[in-house]
Write a new protein. Structure first.
Ligand code: PMP
Length: 677
């Protein structure tokens, strides 16, 4: 058998440019020590480097050629094609050893063990990563030219072409063998994917200098004696031949330059699936999202957190926006669309006379509070539900840190909110009228702000009672319809209940993904805007109102609120049927068009994590909540339930004693606001 090791390496990596030519700290570049260590293998007949034909690889090509190795240059991103063509250039080749350029500590003994297994078995693919038991950085894959050819011919997705071997590892394709170590070292990290990794590896080479052919077990001994050397990269997650997506790696970078990683808690990777969530999108259309590796998913989760009732990238809304971009989005003059949109919102809500626009829900809420306080001359606000991140709202947690728990997001910390605001925002629970009445009796409340409905339906004329109390006490009643608006009626959910507020706030879905939010209200309250100062540059841009006008037009034509409600009810029925079949006690909550379920179990958060984990493997984004859009057609719902059924079956087994921990492949998801490392 003629065995050729093909080492893949390139200089143009976005994550760590010029990585393979970085000095390893002993005067030679990383790629050189890698090739040198690999050349100690007794089973490999030839080693070649496969890099891309991008100009930036010039120094790499020159250096490696200068060392006497053959170099093949091929596709930058289609690594599978690069491998195949590099292999085809070799005469009499029978098997390929795949080594990646980020493993300078590759161990020739492990390589030989894997090759020997390949030679002695009839497997087409042998590795030590399936599952891994050796440290990350010791990965070896050996496969036949035939399996490489089959993968090259049959693999279509960008992800599979970039990672070369996923096709070969698919169940049922080839005979596969794995080499395992008796003790599991898979949590150890000896690969180089980041600067922290490089620092660790440099320390290792420095320690053994001038020897470079020390074994992986020598490194493990060093780790036992000097663990501090290995601390620097402990927080990084194993790549497992592509399990760690480009998105996850970018999320790691994000957390270093963006506190908390991003701008919205609900889109943190840890809220979904720590260490595994793809996190970033390259494209979104309808109810589908593509990640940075080109993998395609059906979004059965939060749909941009409720922004896109008409689906992502709605053609008519996008066309209207594109026209606006062509004609200009900003100028010294105002955009006429804001007037048309104000008129439209007032027409939809006849009790309201005037409108102010903003670009986020929190802003629109802060505007409403300022106007209402200005109108009443009173500071105190009774609140129920979630209303954004601003001082006026978060101040509720100054008194006791958990006052806002139960109002959607638990654990919100009020650090940075002036202590003087204590007791200006006073929470009451939904459907608890006497709690509100007590607040009104004991405090000089000027404003009541609440969501019309979130998880519970209103009971015992709750909304009507709140309205009467507000009217009686001359309190401004504000319905925050940021999330509930346009989901069940054409406009605010309050229209369904026939209870009219003095002000209402719309956000989320108003522009079908484009930023636009609105605060609407009765003239006598809204006029107070002129007695204070509420003004901002980008509230005058034109894309938001353009998108909203078209969104409202399409919603009205298609009766989107009816569609999404019907789809949601269908999903709820199917959840019920499935839970009945597996005798799981399920609780369904929320508006049908943004519905969710929980199981009554101490393991609930683990089950939720498990659902996301398994769904993701099947290219479905799912937690326990679905924000429905009009593009969630039957075929997607059917696919979702096809994948969900075996998950429910497993959960039932867990309820009967099987440890759920055995099924989880990573950490449990976060349940609310938590500090990130
Ligand atoms: N109010 C309600 C009812 C909401 O659901 C939200 C967002 N979840 C907000 C306000 C805040 O909106 P934003 O995140 O756009 O600031």
């Amino acid at each position: 058998m003629y065995i050729v090791a093909i080492v893949q390496a390139r200089m143009g990596s976005m994550r760590f440019p010029n990585k393979v030519m970085q000095s390893i700290g002993i005067g030679v570049p990383m790629i050189e020590v890698l090739l040198s260590r690999l050349s100690k293998s007794k089973e490999i007949d030839k080693i070649i480097l496969a890099t891309s034909n991008d100009q930036c690889n010039k120094t790499l090509v020159e250096h490696v050629s200068g060392l006497g190795y053959d170099v093949y240059q091929g596709s930058e991103n289609d690594v599978l094609d690069r491998y195949y063509k590099a292999a085809m250039e070799q005469k009499n080749l029978s098997a390929i050893v795949r080594i990646t350029g980020d493993c300078p500590l590759v161990d020739p003994d492990i390589v030989d063990t894997v090759i020997k297994k390949y030679k002695s078995s009839d497997a087409e693919y042998v590795s030590n990563t399936n599952p891994p038991t050796y440290p990350d950085g010791m990965d070896v894959e050996v496969f036949s030219l035939f399996s490489l050819k089959m993968a090259w011919k049959n693999t279509k997705t960008q992800y599979e072409r970039e990672h070369v071997t996923p096709f070969m590892r698919k169940p049922g394709k080839f005979k596969i063998e794995n080499i395992s170590n008796s003790k599991d070292y898979s949590d150890e990290r000896l690969t180089v994917d980041s600067t922290e990794d490089l620092e660790v590896v440099r320390e290792v080479f420095k320690y053994f200098h001038p020897k470079i052919d020390f074994s992986w077990l020598d490194i493990m001994k060093l780790r036992d004696g000097s663990p501090e050397i290995f601390m620097k990269n402990q927080h990084l997650v194993r790549n497992e031949g592509g399990v760690m997506s480009t998105g996850q790696k970018l999320w790691g970078r994000a957390k270093k330059v963006i506190p908390g990683g991003n701008m919205l808690l609900s889109k943190r990777a840890e809220i979904f699936l720590p260490g595994r969530w793809p996190t970033y999108f390259s494209k979104a259309k309808g109810c589908k999202i593509w990640d940075l590796d080109g993998r395609e998913y059906i979004d059965m989760s939060i749909m941009g957190i409720g922004t896109n009732i008409l689906g992502y990238g709605h053609p008519e809304v996008d066309a209207a926006v594109q026209k606006t971009i062509k004609n200009g989005n900003m100028s010294t003059f105002n955009c006429p669309e804001e007037v048309y949109l104000a008129e439209k919102l007032v027409e939809i809500h006849p009790w309201a006379d005037m409108v102010r626009f903003a670009r986020s829900g929190g802003e629109a809420n802060a505007i409403a509070i300022r106007i209402a306080r200005a109108a009443t001359g009173k500071d105190k606000v009774a609140i129920c539900g979630y209303h954004g991140w601003h001082d006026w709202y978060l101040s509720a947690n100054l008194a006791e840190n958990d006052r806002l728990d139960g109002h959607l997001l638990p654990g919100l910390e009020p650090k940075g909110v002036p202590r003087n605001l204590k007791d200006t925002a006073l929470p009451f629970r939904y459907n608890n009228f006497s709690e509100l009445a007590t607040l009104v009796r004991n405090h000089d409340i000027g404003v009541i702000k609440m969501e019309v409905q979130r998880n519970e339906y209103p009971k015992d004329n709750f909304l009507e009672k709140v309205r009467s109390l507000a009217t009686e006490k001359k309190i401004v009643l504000i319905f925050d319809e940021c999330t509930s608006g346009f989901r069940e009626t054409f406009g605010g959910l309050h229209k369904k209940y026939g209870v009219e507020p003095d002000m209402a706030i719309f956000g989320k879905s108003l522009g079908n993904g484009y930023a636009i939010t609105a605060t609407i209200g009765r003239k006598e309250v809204m006029e107070a805007t002129q007695s204070t100062f509420i003004s901002s540059t980008f509230w005058t841009e034109r894309i938001g109102p353009t998108a909203a006008l078209k969104t409202l037009e399409v919603m009205n034509q298609t009766k989107s609120w009816e569609k999404i409600t019907a789809i949601g009810k269908n999903i709820e029925d199917k959840w019920r049927q499935l839970s009945k079949k597996y005798k799981l006690s399920i609780k369904i909550n929320g508006l049908p068009s943004m519905t969710g379920f929980t199981f009554q179990s101490n393991n609930w958060l683990k089950y939720k994590t498990y659902i996301t984990q398994e769904m993701l493997k099947n290219n479905i984004l799912a937690t326990n909540v679905i924000y429905i859009c009009t593009e969630h057609t039957e075929k997607y719902i059917d696919r979702y339930f096809e994948v969900l059924e075996p998950i429910f079956k497993q959960i039932k087994e867990c309820e009967e004693g099987k440890p759920i921990e055995q099924l989880l492949e990573g950490d449990v998801c976060h349940s609310g606001f938590q500090r990130l490392n």
